[in-house]
Design a protein around this ligand. Structure first.
Ligand code: C2E
Ligand code: CA
Ligand code: CA
Ligand code: CA
Length: 275
């Protein structure tokens, strides 16, 4: 789009056009994807860098459509948020993830992403309760991950939902910390157990002197507020060493494991334990 003499002219590059066509195809295929069992969850390990122990897994959604092929969440979550289908997807994810969590030892947490729109849905608390009840999973093993974008428009309702779920025993993690609309003010008012430092900071570690400074201040912030810190996007031994030296102990990233099936999690991380 360009501004020309006050009139807005839309020019679509061929690439944009094909993206639009794909978006429309995704939107159409989405509605039947749940009943046709096209969705699937994979789990990425969250580990203690001190001893490599598995402390949790994050459920990540995968969709293989017979008509469009593999669709990644970055492509369809946004669409599902705009057409409201995210509520349906969110329910399915909660149900499946809480059931799968039972295949892991009781000290391993299940982390589930909750999108901003789900937070504004009155049913979220009921959906979480139902999934816990039906699976039999203990509430303290469920951690819900929320991004900062939900606080862009400060809403009393969001904080209230967080508190209500916390009362049930569920915990909250602030996802992609540092990338969004960070207002340090809300940190102290939210019932957060954990911050997940966005992968861009980890990945800048060897290259950008400021990245280390940021990590250091976030570590201090979390220590001061008694919030746990998990660093995302740990891809190399060097990342792990640098972070450990700054007293970051929890991590997630390709160095420890890619998103994988629950059976692979058991095989790869629990063979020496009570798997
Ligand atoms: P996220 O919550 O920040 O999830 C982490 C993303 O980073 C995942 O991508 C994961 O595969 C990727 N990742 C993990 N380790 C590394 C690493 O070491 N290096 C790099 N470069 N990337 C890494 P994925 O699975 O494509 O998910 C993308 C986003 O989609 C997620 O970001 C999350 O916001 C959203 N999402 C995924 N599943 C769900 C879901 O069930 N519900 C909702 N509402 N959103 C979801
Ligand atoms: Ca997440
Ligand atoms: Ca993240
Ligand atoms: Ca993200």
């Amino acid at each position: 789009a360009q501004q020309l003499g006050g009139t807005r002219i839309q020019c679509h590059e061929p690439e944009q056009v094909s993206r639009k066509i794909r978006a429309r195809a995704i939107e159409r295929a989405m509605w039947t994807a749940i009943e046709q069992e096209e969705f699937n969850l994979v789990y990425q390990p969250q580990v203690s860098m001190i001893d490599g122990r598995l402390i949790g897994v994050e459920a990540l959604l995968r969709w293989t459509s017979p008509t469009i092929g593999k669709v990644f969440p970055d492509q369809f979550i946004e669409i599902a948020e705009s057409n409201g289908f995210i509520q349906e997807i969110g329910r399915w994810v909660l149900k499946k993830a809480t059931r799968d969590a039972l295949h892991l030892p009781s000290d391993v947490e299940m982390a589930v992403n909750v999108s901003a729109l789900q937070m504004l849905d009155a049913d979220l608390i009921g959906d979480v309760q139902a999934s816990l009840r039906e699976s039999g999973l203990s509430a303290d093993r469920l951690c819900l991950e929320l991004t900062e974008s939900v606080f862009m428009t400060p809403s009393h309702c969001v904080v209230e939902t967080m508190r209500d779920l916390e009362m049930l025993g569920v915990s909250w993690a602030l996802d992609d910390f540092g990338t969004g609309y960070s207002s340090l003010a809300y940190l102290s008012t939210l019932p957060l157990r954990k911050l997940k430092l966005d992968k861009c900071f980890t990945q800048a570690l060897g290259e950008d002197a400021h990245a280390l400074t940021i990590v250091r201040s976030v570590v201090k912030l979390c220590e001061g507020m008694s919030i746990e810190l998990l660093c995302e996007g740990v891809e190399t031994e060097e990342h792990a060493q640098l972070l450990l030296a700054e007293r970051c102990t929890e991590a997630q990233g390709y160095y420890y494991g890619k998103p994988q099936s629950i059976d692979d999690i058991r095989r790869n991380f629990l063979s020496a334990r009570q798997a």
